[in-house]
Design a protein around this ligand. Structure first.
Ligand SMILES: *Cc1c(COP(=O)(O)O)cnc(C)c1O
Length: 437
């Protein structure tokens, strides 16, 4: 029995998943392997084949897989029978995370916020943020932007633009008005001025919003970058019209754009910031809503959730802050790495002008705009065959998105980019041959 199962698994390695797992699975379709181990910038399948990881769980693993400092801290905590789960009771692990957050993240940036722990997903944090903004203002409407992605539970999904995800709801997605993001109509159209004009016009038809929610760099939406000037205007517009300004930093935060928060150095003071993905540092589920103290108007237990106290995530999140954010050196490294990455992507773009339209993004959240999935899909497939995991984003899956670990070595970064360059060139050549035929 055991033997026949093993041989069946060898001949049809995905049979178990095809038999038992829902059709809804998605990344497993782009990356057909059974992964087993992971370390640093690499994942290994069960046959020991290595893959460079330029996806990192969609920016959940900004510090790479199984970072030794986080692993050590977690193993010590488990060894000492540290509390794993305690609802939202006080725990030593939570206290130590909060103290590290205050001392090394908030205070040095002169930020004063209360921390609300929600259920462990990004969508959980967005739901809480929108609910709180509605409670504080007594209003229903929320302004969200074209190509915004905020999660797929109903409240967050209403703020998400993507029609594939919205189509799954089969119930009206209400309480959100869509407005054009920075640059949506080209660089000459000031969409912030449009937003202000529509909100200021008593017959503009847009209900006064409880909040304006925005990503500083749109991750799933295709690496669209908002300018500091546009963001400052939007923050001002929010306040002028009595709304809270929410930055969704779930993907762009935790160092991805080169600083801990994506909006640093822009003169912004969001009323609410949502965080998840890389917050725990090691891939453990954890989400956080940072709220200006004056808006922390919840009644005790009014918004709850069983899994708001993942102590293992608190332990690794504290280790991540201690390891990477005790001073400015990591941020400086990420900036340098970003320049190296941008330079290489520009070279790939120049060498393949028939298929690459643009280099997009900011920090270590950069990618290639190849126009459509007709180019990006074969690149993703070919890259995987050559040992590189890379994904697409954008309305037409037209962006090849590099989300390498922030602490990847230059050697590994170059190796991954060599594979990417080779795959883009090969697909460009195939297309040229196809159109000549
Ligand atoms: C991933 C993401 C979310 C949703 O997080 P989940 O953990 O998938 O629910 C929300 N906002 C942004 C900007 C994201 O990138």
């Amino acid at each position: 029995m055991y033997d026949s199962e093993t041989s069946a698994q060898t001949s049809r390695p995905f049979a178990t998943f095809e038999r038992l797992e829902s059709q809804v699975r998605s990344y497993s379709r782009s990356f057909p392997a059974v992964f087993d181990r992971a370390e640093g910038s690499r994942q290994y399948d069960k046959d020991g084949r290595a893959y460079l990881d330029f996806l990192t769980g969609c920016s959940v693993l900004n510090y790479g897989h199984n970072h030794p400092a986080m692993k050590r801290a977690l193993m010590d905590y488990i060894e000492s029978n540290g509390v794993v789960h305690s609802l939202d009771m006080h725990s030593r692990a939570k206290a130590e995370f909060l103290e590290a957050l205050e001392a090394k993240i908030l205070k040095p940036r002169k930020m004063s916020y209360r921390a609300q722990f929600t259920g462990p997903t990004g969508a959980n944090a967005v739901e809480a943020a929108l609910k709180l903004a509605r409670k504080v203002t007594g209003r229903t409407n929320v302004i969200a932007f074209t190509n915004g992605f905020h999660g797929v539970t109903l409240g967050a999904l209403a703020a998400t633009g993507n029609s594939h995800h919205r189509g799954g709801a089969h119930i009206p997605l209400s309480g959100v008005t869509r407005m054009p993001y920075c640059g949506y109509f080209g660089q000459d159209v000031d969409t912030a001025a449009q937003l202000d004009q529509m909100l200021s016009d008593p017959s503009g038809g847009v209900d006064k919003p409880a909040a304006i929610i925005v990503e500083v760099v749109q991750g799933e939406g295709g690496l669209n970058v908002a300018s500091a000037d546009w963001l400052r205007k939007v923050e001002k517009i929010a306040h002028k019209h009595g709304a809270l300004f929410i930055v969704d930093d779930i993907q762009a935060g935790c160092g991805r754009t080169g600083s801990f928060f994506s909006f640093e150095g822009m003169g912004l003071k969001p009323d609410i910031v949502t965080m998840a993905k890389s917050l725990s540092g090691m891939g453990l589920p954890m989400a956080l809503v940072l709220v200006k103290p004056e808006f922390d108007q919840w009644k005790p237990g009014e918004h709850n959730g069983t899994f708001r106290g993942n102590c293992h995530a608190f332990v690794t999140a504290k280790a991540a802050i201690d390891t990477f954010w005790s001073d400015d050196s990591f941020a400086a490294d990420v900036q340098k790495k970003s320049e190296r990455l941008r330079k290489r992507l520009r070279e790939i773009a120049l060498a393949n002008r028939s298929v690459v339209k643009d280099v997009k993004g900011r920090g270590m959240m950069l990618g290639l705009d190849v126009g459509s999935s007709e180019v990006s899909d074969p690149v993703v497939d070919e890259a995987f065959k050559r040992g590189l995991i890379i994904e697409t984003s954008g309305a037409h899956d037209q962006i090849l998105k590099v989300l390498a670990p922030l602490n990847i070595t230059d050697v590994d970064l170059d190796a991954g980019l060599d594979i990417l360059a080779g795959c883009v060139a090969e697909v460009a050549e195939r297309q040229a041959l196809g159109s000549a035929a």
